[in-house]
Design a protein around this ligand. Structure first.
Ligand SMILES: Nc1nc2c(ncn2[C@@H]2O[C@H](COP(=O)(O)OP(=O)(O)OP(=O)(O)O)[C@@H](O)[C@H]2O)c(=O)[nH]1
Ligand SMILES: [Mg+2]
Length: 372
């Protein structure tokens, strides 16, 4: 047998409890090295079997019953019991036979996945919310690579109009794509006692923030991570602003400073105004006007047309508020429903590639690409 130094091994399933764990083995001698550690039950060794073959047997070092899948001669998966110990034992014995253990992104790249597919897997590991996961799963399945190749073919054929149109469409989708691993930031501001904390709690569905009739209850930024309409959102409750800047103590002033800073890098600011008070004469730019405590408002009251009416006390308008927040954060879902269901660039590298055309889509590492 030749050297086994080119065999790379990595845990491919998330570490932690689970029914199954998958250890990936790649490289020229992948099947051969697995055969030295694995005793198939009655069947031929993995090296002598067809691609796609599934072998049951036992792991020699531990006696564990497990399954080995031969994807190709240079790409083998060991499916063992979940949890950390079983997979660690498999990896330890393969390393003892000369394989090198590497982090899974490097393993995927070495196994021939494109850089974009590896990035999609990395992003999936940290993304929150089903919408982000769905978009990234499509890129992990090759959607963005395929579109980049299509654009490249148009450029080669001299059809720059088609290439430019497709690239522009991708760049539009990238606005959302670049946010898939970073939650949207939504900040609630408004006067003291406006009912900001009550609204945060109503949206969160539990008592995250302290609520009291005392003005100035919230003095620090209070953050809560939610999934709204399938998107991950960080909601920030802030210290209320006192009219005329009066009567705020030192701690409260510091809190108000943080509120202002949070507002500055928010994706969306909710300006909370109690419905039983006079609305502010000047609305903050781009802020969403939310009237609170509508249960207290006098009958026959008229509201600004673009305001969202809510009552944390009765629950009225809370679902509407969530829907309006999502519509403001991701208007593409309504205005361009197809934009996010196909290829979506999701890293700055993709954007740079699109912005200055020469489009590349070759594998990140060519070390162990399939040569069968
Ligand atoms: N009737 C009624 N009372 C409400 C509603 N929302 C909040 N309140 C009351 O208004 C008071 C202030 O509510 P908070 O949610 O603490 O207000 P806040 O804006 O966070 O106040 P600060 O943290 O002091 O800036 C409390 O007594 C709440 O019970 C509502 O929808 N209806
Ligand atoms: Mg509060």
């Amino acid at each position: 047998m030749t050297s086994v130094h080119s065999v790379l091994v990595s845990l491919l399933t998330p570490p932690g409890r689970g029914a199954l764990a998958v250890v990936g083995v790649s490289g020229t001698d992948a099947a051969a090295i697995v055969d030295r550690a694995f005793a198939p039950r009655g069947a031929r060794p993995v090296a002598g079997r067809d691609d796609g073959a599934i072998a049951f047997g036992s792991w020699r070092a531990t006696g564990e019953e497990l399954v080995v899948v031969r994807r190709r001669a240079n790409l083998v998966e060991v499916h063992c019991h979940g949890g950390l110990a079983a997979a660690a034992a498999v990896i330890t014995s393969l390393v003892a036979l000369g394989a090198e253990e590497v982090a899974w992104p490097r393993w995927l790249a070495a196994a021939g996945e494109s850089q974009t597919v590896v990035e999609a897997h990395e992003a999936l590991a940290v993304a929150g919310g089903p919408k982000a996961a769905r978009i990234l799963a499509r890129q992990a399945a090759g959607a963005l690579d395929a579109e980049m190749e299509r654009i490249e073919r148009w450029r080669e054929a001299g059809d720059h109009a088609a290439a430019d149109a497709a690239a522009r469409r991708l760049l539009r989708a990238a606005r959302v794509g670049l946010r898939l691993t970073r939650p949207w930031r939504v900040v609630l501001t408004g006067p003291v006692n406006a009912g900001k904390s009550s609204l945060v709690n109503a949206l969160a569905g539990y008592s995250r923030s302290i609520v009291s009739p005392e003005p100035g209850t919230t003095r620090d930024l209070v953050e809560v991570r939610l999934v709204l309409g399938g998107w991950e959102v960080d909601l920030f409750d802030t210290a209320g602003l006192r009219r005329g800047g009066a009567a705020a103590g030192l701690i409260e002033q510091a809190g108000i400073g943080r509120a202002v800073a949070a507002t500055e890098d928010a994706d969306l600011v909710l300006q909370i105004v109690p419905a039983d008070a006079t609305p502010p004469s000047v609305a903050t730019d781009d802020a969403l006007l939310v009237l609170s405590k509508t249960d207290l408002a006098p009958i026959g009251h008229t509201w600004p047309a673009d305001a969202v009416l809510t009552s944390a006390a009765t629950g009225a308008g809370i679902a509407d508020l969530a829907a309006v927040i999502v519509a403001r954060l991701v208007p593409e879902e309504r205005t361009a429903p197809d934009l996010l269901t196909g290829p979506v660039p999701f890293t700055q590298r993709h954007v740079d590639m699109l912005a200055g055309h020469p489009v590349q889509s070759k594998p990140a590492h060519a070390a162990h690409t399939d040569s069968t």
